[in-house]
Design a protein around this ligand. Structure first.
Ligand SMILES: Nc1nc2c(ncn2[C@@H]2O[C@H](COP(=O)(O)OP(=O)(O)OP(=O)(O)O)[C@@H](O)[C@H]2O)c(=O)[nH]1
Ligand SMILES: [Mg+2]
Length: 387
């Protein structure tokens, strides 16, 4: 008897989907939506039918796409129909609206690819299916059908800082060191499989958001590793933070060993292949695991290399060479694990760079970093500015 129970229990355990399939993060959902039909008018008394209800999305900070999906999967979301005009109520009541609460950072696409709108702020709304108008003398007192659409809600995280790096570089460790987030950290590649967001809180109550992404590896553009589709989540971040393991990276003994500098250039290449526009964002390079012995020389050599990075890039084999090289605003050494002095420095850098960026977007201020970025193409030719 005990044996049978154990076997059944084991079978049940085996059936559990693996962790990544049970992950809570969903960044795209398809829905079928239908506006309410307008009510019928009453010709005898010139009565007007009620307008059909609309289906619309409203932004909510703590909403998530998983709950939208689990609530509406496989169903048509239909708004209420407009009331018919009656002898006792000449103008029919409008149909009830359906409100979908969605997270911030959503873009709503129609099936034909048309963008219906986007939601970036709490309370912002986008109508996704309008209700049909009620019957009037012009329409022969017949109500109209509401709009029917297949729509897609696409989420791109909105964060100030986006973390990019090879697996195991210490992205999640850094997120943990500077925010209250509790990401999973482990000594094997692809520990993080979905983006995480954390908030860095400063003493003066300022808050900066930071998004940790799964690791990228060379060949991500041809879907090696986890691919690079999740890079869409850095499209809307203001600053890119590259994290590189000072010891370099090797996926397995079958793969080539890449030095720290090579991993940075390979990341540069993957970002470029995903969207060259990403290279225009302000970027900081953090070389991690500086607590390990003999790493100062490596950091120094990387800073040296970035003084004339183009000549370094020319020596690389063509399959790992980026077309254009990111000019990092800063290159610093950190230890995410030990929370050493580099971490405080990095936190201050985030503030400084975000303030610079805010000034840059202000047309009344001529900021030195604005001039720097404007002349970025030339800076690249000459090599990077290293602090
Ligand atoms: N010595 C040392 N080890 C570190 C440091 N930061 C992270 N590690 C270790 O590196 C390993 C990987 O850390 P993670 O934070 O999971 O790395 P990740 O970049 O998030 O990795 P993926 O999620 O797989 O992309 C863990 O064993 C960490 O303990 C550091 O500053 N020094
Ligand atoms: Mg991670």
């Amino acid at each position: 008897m005990v044996f049978i129970f154990r076997t059944l229990f084991a079978a049940k355990e085996l059936k559990k989907p693996r962790n990544y399939l049970r992950s809570k993060f969903i960044d795209s959902v398809r829905l079928h939506v239908k506006g309410g039909t307008g009510g019928t008018g009453l010709p005898k008394f010139g009565g007007l039918g009620g307008q059909g209800g609309c289906v619309y999305c409203v932004g909510k900070e703590d909403a998530n796409l998983r709950s939208v999906m689990s609530k509406h999967r496989g169903k048509t979301i239909t708004a209420g129909h407009g009331e018919d005009s009656r002898k006792t109520k000449i103008v029919g009541n409008p149909g009830s609206d359906v409100k979908l609460e969605v997270p911030l950072g959503i873009t709503v696409y129609r099936d034909d690819g048309k963008v219906l709108g986007s939601i970036d702020k709490e309370g912002e709304t986008v109508i996704i299916a309008r209700g049909g108008p009620g019957g009037t003398p012009e329409t022969n007192f017949l109500g109209h059908f509401g709009q029917v659409h297949h729509i897609r809600l696409d989420l791109k995280l909105i964060a100030d800082i986006g973390l990019v790096g090879f697996p195991n570089a210490g992205k999640s460790s850094l997120l943990k060191a500077i925010s209250r987030a509790q990401p999973k950290i482990a000594n094997y590649p692809f520990t993080t499989i979905k983006p995480n967001k954390g908030i860095i809180a400063y003493k003066d109550l300022r808050q900066i958001s930071i998004a940790d992404l799964p690791g990228l590896i060379e060949g991500a553009h041809i879907n090696v590793g986890l691919g690079h589709s999740f890079l869409k989540h850095v499209e809307r971040t203001k600053i890119l933070l590259f994290i590189a393991d000072v010891q370099g990276f090797q996926l397995s003994h079958k793969h080539p060993m890449r030095s720290c500098l090579e991993t940075v250039l390979l990341l540069n290449r993957e970002l470029e292949l995903y969207d060259p526009e990403l290279l225009q964002k302000p970027a900081i390079l953090a070389v991690n695991k500086m607590d390990l012995p003999g790493t100062d020389a490596i950091l120094k050599s990387i800073k040296e290399a970035y003084k004339d990075i183009n000549s370094v890039v020319e020596t690389l084999p063509e399959d790992i060479r980026p077309e254009s090289v990111i000019a990092f605003d800063d290159i610093i050494g950190i230890s995410a694990l030990r929370r050493g002095p580099g971490i405080e420095e990095l936190k201050n850098l985030f503030r400084k760079r975000l303030d610079d960026l805010a000034d840059e977007t202000d047309p009344n201020i001529v900021h030195p970093s604005k001039l720097f970025r404007q002349s970025r193409a030339t800076v690249r030719e000459r090599g990077s500015k290293v602090t």
